[in-house]
Ligand binder design. Structure first.
Ligand code: SF4
Length: 80
């Protein structure tokens, strides 16, 4: 998958540890940065496609991404 979008990410000059928080406050701090990121949509799709379990990607927490994947699976199952 194309990763050129990463060069445009708001996080590119920040510490990666911000995006791998250990608590909810940390998740919210990362999400605040992602909310202003021009490539958040691409980042989220990348994390979903690659099944990345950890960290905040595209402004979504691990739990939120699991929920999105579950919803998509259900939608695909209904469409078949
Ligand atoms: S959405 Fe967040 S994690 Fe993804 S590139 Fe942008 S700032 Fe980085």
């Amino acid at each position: 998958m194309d990763t050129e979008w990463m060069a445009e990410g708001k996080c590119k000059e920040l510490s990666p540890t911000i995006f791998f928080p250990s608590d909810g406050v940390g998740v919210q701090a990362a999400q605040k940065i992602c909310a202003e990121c021009p490539v958040a949509g691409l980042c989220l799709e990348y994390a979903l496609d690659e099944r990345i379990d950890h960290g905040v990607w595209g402004g979504k927490s691990e739990r939120e991404r699991r929920r999105i994947l579950r919803r998509r699976r259900v939608s695909r199952a209904i469409a078949v």
